[in-house]
Design a binder for this molecule. Structure first.
Ligand SMILES: Nc1nc2c(ncn2[C@@H]2O[C@H](COP(=O)(O)OP(=O)(O)OP(=O)(O)O)[C@@H](O)[C@H]2O)c(=O)[nH]1
Ligand SMILES: [K+]
Ligand SMILES: [Mg+2]
Length: 439
């Protein structure tokens, strides 16, 4: 029997209400012991006095729920205690639960781990839930919620069913042929595999959008020293995140600010001005700036319109979108060719820059049609593996049936990895590492 676990599932610190969850076979006994009465009718919120079973001292008057398994989040019997959210009440109730035999504090992510173990969620839903809890923008919430509710899981199981049927056709053909093995896939199996491959290809192609939505679109602010890169970052952030001064080479470390632009998370990075220098610290800053530039999705090159020089994009730049921004438009030559003219000090043109960034970010990460299903490299790679197998199966279509069948089987295995049916051990710890106690 698994131990029964409990934890504070709402946030740490003083609050109006705090929610403590108990999961496992002893959840009923725990609730009965603390409340001194039989559990209330299942799934009905009921008021109970909770007392310390050791000395009988009342700890709180709470709203409690008795949730018998298996139709619970973890798949086990559960109890929920909605107590007053002070340190003393929460601490008292947690301590009291800890004194009960067979109960212990849950480890980070343990509720979700049990849900996964009991088949209440597949791995993609677990990942979606982790992302939902961390979601900061509306776009992230939509993507994570769809995944937590099983949008990707449902597609996977549908692909799986079709591939299993195709495989059955191939195997039947192998079994029924007397001497000579049949050639490749039969027509029906081939069209099934091709159909699934086409759909997976589309999902894989949209994968980078989901990853950008989950991780944030990276914007690098680049340019020579003293052109006003840090001033621009501060303007966009609406606060003094980076040090501004009239001394060239002020910024050394990367300064990051995350913005919510139309529901898409955008990570702005201010960087050291690019120039030749003998100062070892500044040189390190410049090499960091170049590294960040090469990892950016959107690159902004800033020109000082008071002393304009043409942009020199770093060679390693791979950004999908670039823009040249002429700064110090308040004092400089606004006829110099730039994508946008702004002034970080007066604020003129800043709305245009923000709109440019929002549109570009939306282009790269937004998926208003909700068709984006994958949001992690792990998911995209598993699907790409599956796709490669299916493509090889189709190539074998006129070759050996046994080989084609084997490729379909390998494709199914890749799908199994995606949802956590096979080869799950090494990824579980990585996924649950991000979870905190109570989830
Ligand atoms: N007139 C005017 N001055 C500006 C504007 N933007 C920035 N400055 C000034 O330009 C100087 C340099 O600004 P920073 O933001 O530190 O420039 P930077 O590109 O980050 O400089 P480094 O970090 O040294 O590479 C400061 O004195 C700012 O006040 C602007 O739009 N107009
Ligand atoms: K400066
Ligand atoms: Mg700077």
């Amino acid at each position: 029997m698994e131990e029964t676990v409990f934890a504070l599932s709402s946030g740490q610190g003083r609050a109006g209400i705090a929610v403590i969850r108990v999961s496992g076979d002893r959840a009923r006994l725990a609730l009965e012991t603390l409340s001194g009465r039989a559990v209330p009718p299942s799934r009905r919120a009921s008021v109970r006095r909770l007392a310390d079973p050791g000395n009988g001292e009342q700890l709180d008057e709470a709203l409690v729920l008795w949730l018998p398994g298996p139709a619970t989040v973890t798949g086990e019997d559960m109890a929920e205690l909605h107590v007053h959210g002070s340190r003393a009440v929460v601490g008292g109730v947690l301590d009291a639960l800890g004194t009960l035999e067979g109960l212990r504090l849950a480890e980070p992510g343990e509720f979700t781990r049990r849900a996964f173990a009991n088949g209440r969620m597949d791995l993609t839903q677990v990942e979606g839930l982790a992302d939902l809890i961390d979601a900061e923008t509306a776009g992230q919430r939509r993507l994570a919620l769809a995944q937590a509710q099983g949008a990707l899981a449902a597609r996977c199981s549908e692909w799986r069913n079709r591939l299993v049927r195709a495989l059955a056709l191939v195997e039947a053909e192998i079994d029924f042929s007397d001497e000579e093995l049949p050639d490749g896939l039969d027509d029906q199996a081939l069209s099934m595999v091709m159909g699934v491959a086409k759909e997976i290809r589309e999902v894989v192609a949209s994968g980078s959008r989901g990853e950008l939505m989950r991780d944030g679109v990276q914007v690098a602010i680049l340019g020579p020293p003293n052109v006003g890169k840090s001033s621009l970052l501060n303007r966009l952030a609406g606060r003094d995140a980076a040090i501004v001064s009239d001394i060239s080479g002020t910024t050394r470390d990367i300064v990051e600010v995350t913005l919510d632009l139309g529901g898409v998370p955008v990570v702005l990075a201010d960087t050291a001005g690019l120039r030749e220098t003998d100062d070892p610290v500044e040189r390190e800053g410049i090499s960091r700036a170049r590294a960040r530039a090469s990892a950016s999705d959107i690159a902004v090159w800033v020109v000082d319109l008071a002393y304009p020089t043409p942009p020199v994009w770093p060679e390693e730049l791979q950004a999908a979108r670039r823009v040249v921004v002429g700064n110090k438009g308040d004092v400089g030559d606004t006829s110099f060719p730039c994508g946008l003219v702004v002034s970080a000090t007066s604020g003129s043109g800043m709305e245009d820059l923000e709109r440019f960034l929002a549109d570009a970010a939306q282009d790269l990460a937004g998926g208003a049609d909700g068709s984006t299903l994958v949001s992690r490299v792990r998911q995209r790679e598993a699907l790409a593996d599956c796709l490669a197998c299916l493509d090889r199966a189709c190539e074998e279509a006129w070759g050996e049936a046994a080989l084609a069948g084997e490729e379909i089987r390998l494709g199914l295995r890749a799908l199994g990895r995606l949802v956590g049916r096979v080869d799950v051990d090494d990824i579980l710890d990585v996924i649950f590492r991000d979870f905190c106690i109570g989830k």
